[in-house]
Design a protein around this ligand. Structure first.
Ligand code: PMP
Length: 370
């Protein structure tokens, strides 16, 4: 018997989150391992100082300057020019997703995803009282478009969440599959509406050459929503700034459910300043991609099974006891993530030194090749 009136469906639940440990190599939450330079940090601090001087006032509720800066960034990064009215932002793409679920999910409604995938998705669903249903990915972790379209029609799904590149597998979904799925689910949502296909591109900037962003589909498919974040490639996880691109109609619906002034003036100022330094902040992406491809080749050469990745992490295995591998690596100062299918673990790509420590430690823990 408990003395607090906790919701029945939350009884026994624990807060989401990976261990926060100060170890030599923190390779567990897919951050960019390179910190901003002193010059960039100074410049951000100056903009925050200016914003702090007006902090007696509420911030701009719809943050027009930040939306414009994000639209400019997307145009430079993906070649797709969007209007600021097509951009929305919140405290991390986690909160952007929550806004989507609050506006389009809810009791009696269903959100679909394709497992294995990001483990926060069921939590957004739970927190908005939305039904959460999964359609399995194929053995190579590609999505099953046919099965997803059938499930969407059967459940009148409001939303389908597809992370591309996917977490924890790193798998990018071809644009042709996304467009096919978006087209097939038009008119199958609640009351004959279009099911929204949310493409979670948290790791998009790490994609390999020749892989395009789903932003390029927005002009053809009004039911596609693309979410992005400054937490990963941008190297600003501490800022908490996520955003999305969609039709102005979808963005307007999100404005209804957001809390007033959800993005503080401090966050807005820091994000705009960081965006103005994007070239420097993102200078290491090519190197991280190279380290990822080297790590994949290194693991494969030693007999590990490695999933093809377009992100800044690799899922690899298979271990008879993946928990033991995780724990023994931690003993050596290397923190990776226990996540994904049975027998696999996930490592985020770190600096050259961190990767060297990871390689050495993994060899010690596994006694050489598997
Ligand atoms: N989507 C995916 C697939 C992720 O892996 C993450 C972070 N782990 C997020 C969204 C959330 O990122 P943030 O809230 O920091 O923007």
């Amino acid at each position: 018997m408990t003395s607090i009136p906790l919701r029945d469906d939350l009884v026994g639940s624990s807060p989401y989150g990976a261990p926060e440990l100060r170890v030599t190599a923190r390779l567990n939450v897919n951050e960019n391992p390179y910190r901003p330079s002193d010059e960039v940090a100074q410049s951000i601090a100056q903009c925050v100082f200016a914003a702090a001087k007006d902090a007696n006032r509420y911030p701009e509720r719809d943050f027009p300057a930040l939306r414009e800066a994000l639209a400019d960034y997307l145009a430079a990064e993906s070649g797709v020019r969007l209007a600021p009215e097509q951009i929305w932002a919140a405290n991390g793409s986690n909160e952007v997703m929550l806004h989507l679920m609050q506006a389009f999910g809810g009791p009696g409604r269903v959100v679909l995803s394709s497992n294995p995938t990001y483990s926060m998705y069921p939590e957004y669903a739970r927190d908005t009282f939305t039904g959460y249903q999964l359609v399995a990915r194929r053995a190579d972790f590609s999505i099953d478009v046919e099965a997803l379209a059938i499930a969407a029609a059967r459940t009148n799904a409001s939303l389908i969440l597809i992370a591309s590149p996917n977490n924890p597998t790193g798998t990018a979904t071809p644009l042709a599959d996304l467009l096919d799925l978006a087209t097939r689910v038009r008119g199958v949502g609640p009351n004959g509406s279009d099911t929204l296909l949310v493409v979670d591109e948290a790791y998009a900037e790490f994609r390999r050459a020749g892989v395009d962003s789903a932003l390029t589909l927005l002009s053809q498919a009004p039911n596609i929503v693309v979410t992005r974040t400054m937490s990963k490639a941008f190297g600003m996880a501490g800022l908490r700034l996520g955003y999305l691109a969609a039709t102005p109609e979808i963005v307007d619906a999100l404005r209804v459910v957001r809390l007033p002034y959800h993005l503080s003036a401090i966050t807005q100022a820091a994000a705009i300043a960081a965006l103005s330094h994007r070239e420097e902040l993102m200078a290491q992406i090519a190197h991280l991609r190279q380290l990822r491809d080297e790590a994949a080749a290194w693991l494969e050469a030693r007999g590990f099974e490695v999933v093809d990745s377009d992100a800044n992490f690799l899922l690899f295995g298979r271990f008879p006891d993946s928990h033991a591998v995780w724990a023994q690596l931690l003993d050596k100062g290397v923190l990776i993530r226990e996540v994904g299918p049975e027998g696999f673990v996930r490592v985020s790509i770190g600096t050259d030194d961190e990767m060297d420590l990871f390689y050495r430690s993994l060899m010690e823990v596994t006694g050489g090749a598997l």
